[in-house]
Each structure stands twice: as C-alpha cells, then as structure tokens.
Write a protein that binds this ligand. Structure first.
Ligand code: NAP
Ligand code: GLV
Length: 328
C-alpha cells in the first residue's frame, strides 16, 4: 500500500510535490488560514507522514492520536512549534530545512537593519503623506539616521544565518562581534561574552533558535546593558525578546530603532503598541520569503519525507537522537 502523506497547506514547488506523489498518496489541506489542532488531527490521524509549517503546533497530545505517523517534515528551519521530545519518544524523526534559506533570511535581517538605521519606513510615510513639500524640499536635519560604516554589529547566535549576516556586515565596513552558546571561530568576527556584545554594539541582530534557554534572552536587563541609541533587529523568533520591555526601550529612546520580522504573538495584535511607534520597521515573518527559497524548502521537506518513509536517516533531522532510541 502506498504511504499516505498529509501536507497541512499548499506550498510552492510543484516539481518536488510531484516527486512525492509518484510514490505516495498525498492530501493537501485546503485551509486558507492557520490550522486548528482539530484540523491538523483530521488530516494527520491516518497519515504515515506529515509535512507541516511553522504555524502548525505539533504537540504530544496530537502525536498520541497519530499512531501511523513515521516521519514529520517541517517546511522551516526553526522547530520550536514541534514537541521534539515527544516525537523522539515515539520514534518519529523530525525533518527541517536548514541551509536552503540562510542567505534569503540574512538578506531580510540586513534589509531591516538598514531600514531601521536609515529610517526608511518613516521616510516612505513622509513622502506618501505629502509632508515632502516645496518648503521642505531638502532639510539639513531631515530624518537623520545612523551610519553602518564603522559601527559595531553584535550577532547573537553565530549559526548559519548569523554567519551570513556577519558576511554582509563585513562588506558594509562594520566591526562584527558575536556571542554563541558554543564558542566558534569565524574569520573577521570577534567572539565575545553576551554582556560585552550588548555593551559594545551599535546594532544587535538576533539569530538564536528559540528554546527554554533563549526565551526572553533580550529582557529588560539585557536592553538596559545596550548602548544608548542602539538598534535591535530580530529575525529569529519573537519570544527571544521581552516585547513589553522592547516597547519601553523604544519609547524612552534607550533604543533608537528596531527592525522586527517575528513577534511574541503572530500575527501582531491589532492593538500592539509596536504599531504606534515610528521608530520600528515591521515585517510579517517573511525572512525566507523568496520564490526560489520557498521552493527549495519544499524540496528539502520532500527529501526528508521520502527518506523517512523508506527507513533512511533524514538528510536534515532536528532530533537525531531518535535513531539512538530506535537502535539502542
Ligand atoms: P542554526 O544554524 O542551527 O543556528 C542556530 C543558532 O542558535 C546557533 O547559534 C545555536 O548555537 C543557537 N542556539 C540553539 N539553541 C540554543 C540555546 N539553547 N542557547 C543558546 N543558543 C542556542 O540555525 P539558522 O539557520 O541560523 O536559524 C536560526 C533561527 O532563525 C531559526 O531557529 C529560526 O528560529 C530563525 N529563522 C527565522 C526566519 C524568519 O523567517 N524570520 C527564517 C529562518 C530562520 P550553537 O552553535 O551553540 O548550537
Ligand atoms: C522560519 O521562521 C523558519 O524557521 O524557517
């Protein structure tokens, strides 16, 4: 019998999906918004394999009810939406998509950094709201921002995306500091303690995975240690930052600006104070959103699923200890 695969929502990449369909019965959820737990269960209950998105919460309660499930592939690098321990305990390898989205996400982080530094959002609103009048044709002090050249960038989490951001910063003539849980040697990057990074950086960009240890890593105390007038960029996960403390730091002027692609709650609440702040550039979690990268992510997810369904190790497994559990 052909394995059954449930894909929670349609994903770009017809070629890769055709490869999957060649050997599997594929069902794709027709939901136009984020799936509820019931909707995921409805599709996954009888499935041998699940392709999910970062918006799909895959917890122990769901896994218990999906007795046939042999492999999960998330079309994302981050896997904080999946209970990895529960999957491992059930012998289910969980695939993800590192590498293929590194440069695209680093581009977005750098775009936010530039936009926040040079006040591009404010400038755009200034022109659109017809404030750019003949009387104000060119003003010596209009929308003054911060230079990147010669400034110090602190990278929190020197993984694949952190390193790709470091390469961009070097091209812009920045001094690059980094803090990483596991000390790492990367050319042109000075590895420093977390507190030194906060104290010395004009710009701080976050690239750690979200887990118990990194939740609210940037809290009130960390923000207080940052340079007055520093800029914070977050393309990692919203919960890495205490959003309330960030709003206070942006309001008080402790931080000059922030560029944010990720939030504690997504979508951002309609009454979020962040929406009222001029000195924030906001994006709706689009770090990996280029057509080519999204197709590569689907292809990587399909490779993970096909490997799992044929009993092979996943090319990119987020819970490799599952194999030790399976073969003690
Ligand atoms: P990666 O290469 O695996 O890097 C992960 C980084 O997080 C490493 O520096 C790692 O440190 C650190 N880390 C993991 N667990 C930690 C912990 N408990 N304490 C401290 N540091 C920890 O992953 P990546 O491809 O660079 O992606 C990084 C993150 O970016 C993803 O997890 C995801 O949340 C986010 N992301 C967002 C978007 C977006 O659309 N905005 C797109 C892609 C990725 P070690 O070197 O010590 O392991
Ligand atoms: C995006 O946020 C990802 O983790 O791939």
């Amino acid at each position: 019998m052909r394995p059954r695969v449930f894909i929670t929502r349609n994903v770009p990449g017809e070629d890769a999906l055709a490869r999957l369909r060649a050997s599997c019965d594929v069902t794709i959820g027709t939901y136009s918004s984020i799936l509820t737990a019931e909707e995921i269960l409805h599709g996954a209950r009888e499935a041998d394999a699940l392709l999910c998105l970062l918006t799909d919460r895959i917890d122990a309660a769901l896994l218990t009810q999906c007795a046939r499930l042999r492999v999960i592939a998330s079309c994302s690098v981050g896997v904080d939406h999946i209970d990895l321990a529960a999957a491992t305990q059930r012998g289910i390898p969980v695939g993800h998509t590192p590498g293929v989205l590194t440069e695209t996400t680093a581009d977005l982080a750098f775009a936010l950094l530039l936009a926040a530094a040079r006040r591009i959002g404010e400038a755009d609103r200034f022109v659109r709201t017809r404030q750019w009048t003949l009387a104000r044709r060119w003003e010596p002090d209009l929308l003054l921002g911060k230079d990147l050249f010669g400034a110090t960038l602190g990278i929190v989490g020197l993984g694949a995306i952190g390193q790709a951001v470091a390469r961009r910063a070097q091209g812009f003539g920045m001094r690059v500091l980094a803090w990483n849980r596991t000390p790492k040697c990367v050319e042109g990057v000075e590895c420093v303690s977390f507190n030194t990074l906060l104290a010395e950086s004009d710009f701080v960009s976050l690239h750690v995975a979200l887990g118990a240890e990194t939740k609210q890593l940037i809290d009130e105390a960390a923000l207080a240690r940052m340079q007055p007038g520093a800029v914070l960029v977050n393309t990692a996960r919203g919960a890495v930052v205490d959003q309330g403390a960030l709003v206070s730091a942006l309001r008080s002027g402790k931080l000059a600006a922030a560029g944010l692609d990720v939030f504690e709650q997504e979508p951002l609440e309609t009454d979020s104070p962040l929406l009222q702040l001029e000195n924030v550039v906001l994006a709706p979690h689009i770090g990996s959103a280029s057509d080519a990268t999204r197709r590569r992510m689907t292809a990587a997810s399909v490779e993970n699923l096909l490997a799992g369904l044929t009993g092979k190790p996943l090319p990119h497994c987020a819970n490799p200890t599952v194999y030790a559990v399976k073969n003690p």
